[in-house]
Design a protein around this ligand. Structure first.
Ligand code: HEM
Length: 501
């Protein structure tokens, strides 16, 4: 008899905890749900994830229910400016999801660090070398851009155009992205040079599981080995008197982080061994490299796809690029590139990049945080402490009242009124839509590489469209995947380059 009462009591507790409380009594029970099952189980949304339908599910849930939607018993999604302020500007701490997936060498870095203090200590060590003003004035950026664009990329593209051979866009821009990033991190004396070095890029990419399947991250892999080798070689060359950056540009990011970590370690009585110091440094550097190759390749693939469908847009961009002095061509005797600030200023080029990052944000999915003690109020709802809460660029960038014709690629929506299409008089001013642009996140955990990315991506687009017209040969799989990164399914955009006479 006692056993029956015990089982009945246990059942009552379970029913209360797992069904009645989350569905009827929790403060979150007042929120609309993406699906009725979301009140009592996280499994419904997990299923959408496993079907790789995360992004469209979120968009439809917000279109049907408004800016705040419950995704599970303890998870909420928010799509509004008020939400961005309350979650990201207010600096809610990251969800443990980040520490599970983003550490390299079993060692934390900025992305994987959840708590504010250790994160901001590490961020302060390197933030200045990623500032826009630093990048635009850096002689290292100027030199490495010249080396990669004029000595590697453009000769390769010209050869491809002259041979009339086809070009698979996505891998090419992975290599270019890694070359730019490693040259900035380690200097041109120790960078990857994947645009030219087929053998070493094959070695690096032989295990892409770390990028494409987050469940496999954390395992030792080729990317970790390559990054540690570059870091070790860079350090060794710096240790030789009079040798630093003789063979190339300074190792800007590595040099900065390593010297700051050594200083901190000394000040704290040397708790880290030399091996641990190198792992701390390489973990951060590898994260920047991985952040670069996927995002650059995805963004440039979509830009070339969109531009190749619109010859008129190519002509308009070429006219704008022709105002640059010197132009981004191989022809000039002095072999220089236009000043970064001049490239940055071009309105149509900026519109093309921003509109592509809106429609095909390279990191389009949820960026989860945890609600702190005391909870928060959002759109009149109380969200209790411990709730997993996020926003996502995919849904933010498709709000039809902010971005009319949200599924159309319209670079002009970011430009001043006279440059806009004739039928766009009802478009909100670009100052308003900029507040909704969230491809790089916002607040203290916003992308540290956004200025570097903007500079290099604009330079690469300028390099291509000053010199070539592009047309599509095969776009199998270009449809955006509904996954945490926007990689085109199948990674395939094959184009033909036609030289501009
Ligand atoms: C088109 C290019 C890029 C896009 C769209 C992009 C997007 C993002 C986004 C959305 C976040 C915020 C993630 C979150 O809070 O969950 C982020 C963070 C970050 N990104 Fe990027 N990124 C790009 C390029 C880069 C580059 C070139 C670097 C190299 C330095 C980089 C390094 C980082 C790092 C280290 C963080 C973490 C910052 C922190 O936690 O403080 N990203 N990125």
């Amino acid at each position: 008899m006692l056993t029956i009462i015990g089982i009945a009591a246990l059942l009552c507790v379970l029913i209360y905890n797992y069904i009645l409380n989350p569905a009827f009594f929790s403060p979150l029970s007042k929120l609309p749900t993406a699906h009725p099952l979301c009140s009592i189980t996280a499994k419904w949304f997990d299923r959408q994830l496993s079907l790789r339908k995360e992004l469209t599910t979120l968009l439809v849930a917000h279109q049907n229910n408004g800016p705040v939607v419950r995704l599970g018993p303890q998870e909420v999604s928010v799509v509004s400016l008020e939400g961005l302020r309350a979650i990201y500007t207010a600096g809610l701490e990251k969800h443990p999801w980040y520490s599970t997936y983003f550490a390299n060498y079993g060692t934390p870095n900025m992305v994987s660090t959840l708590e504010h203090r250790p994160h901001s200590v590490q961020k302060r060590m390197i933030a200045n070398v990623y500032a826009k003003s630093y990048i635009q004035r850096s002689s290292e950026v100027e030199t490495l851009s010249r080396v990669i664009v004029l000595e590697k990329l453009l000769p390769l593209l010209h050869k491809c155009a002259n041979d009339k051979s086809h070009l698979n866009v996505m891998p090419l821009f992975q290599w270019a992205g890694i070359d730019f990033m490693t040259a900035y991190i380690f200097g041109t004396g120790h960078y990857t040079n994947f645009l030219q070095n087929k053998h070493s890029r094959e070695d690096y990419f032989k295990d892409r599981s770390k990028i494409l399947d987050l469940d496999k991250s954390g395992e030792d892999n080729a990317m970790e080995r390559v990054c540690m080798r570059l870091a070790t070689e860079t350090l060794a060359s710096q240790a030789q008197p009079h040798q630093d950056h003789v063979d190339g540009t300074r190792p800007v990011v590595f040099g900065q982080l390593y010297s700051q970590l050594v200083q901190k370690n000394k000040a704290e009585g040397e708790p880290l061994s030399q091996e641990d110091l190198m792992k701390r440094c390489a973990s951060e550097m590898l994260d920047h490299i991985i952040a670069t190759h996927e995002t650059f390749a995805i963004t440039l693939t979509y830009i070339i796809y969109r531009m190749s469908l619109d010859l008129r847009m190519q002509e308009r961009l070429r006219a704008e690029l022709s105002t640059l002095q010197p132009s981004v061509t191989l022809g000039g005797a002095e072999k220089t590139l236009p000043p970064p600030a001049d490239i940055d200023f071009l309105p149509l080029l900026s519109g093309i990049l921003t509109e592509t990052l809106r429609l095909h944000a390279a990191a389009p999915a949820r960026q989860p945080r945890v609600v702190p003690e005391g909870g928060i109020m959002l759109h009149g709802y109380y969200i209790p402490a411990g709730t997993k809460i996020s926003s996502n660029p995919y849904s933010l960038h498709r709000q039809a009242d902010v971005f009319p014709r949200p599924n159309d690629w319209l670079p002009e929506r970011w430009m001043a009124v006279p440059d806009r299409p004739k039928d766009s008089s009802s478009f909100p001013p670009s100052a308003v839509i900029r507040k909704w642009f969230w491809a790089f996140g916002s607040g203290g955990r916003m992308c540290i590489g956004s200025n570097f990315a903007t500079h290099v991506l604009k330079l690469l687009i300028a390099s291509i469209y000053t010199n070539f017209e592009t047309s599509i040969v095969d776009d199998e799989g270009i449809e955006q995947s509904e996954y945490f990164i926007a990689t085109p399914v199948g990674n395939k955009l094959i184009i033909q380059l036609h030289p501009i006479e």
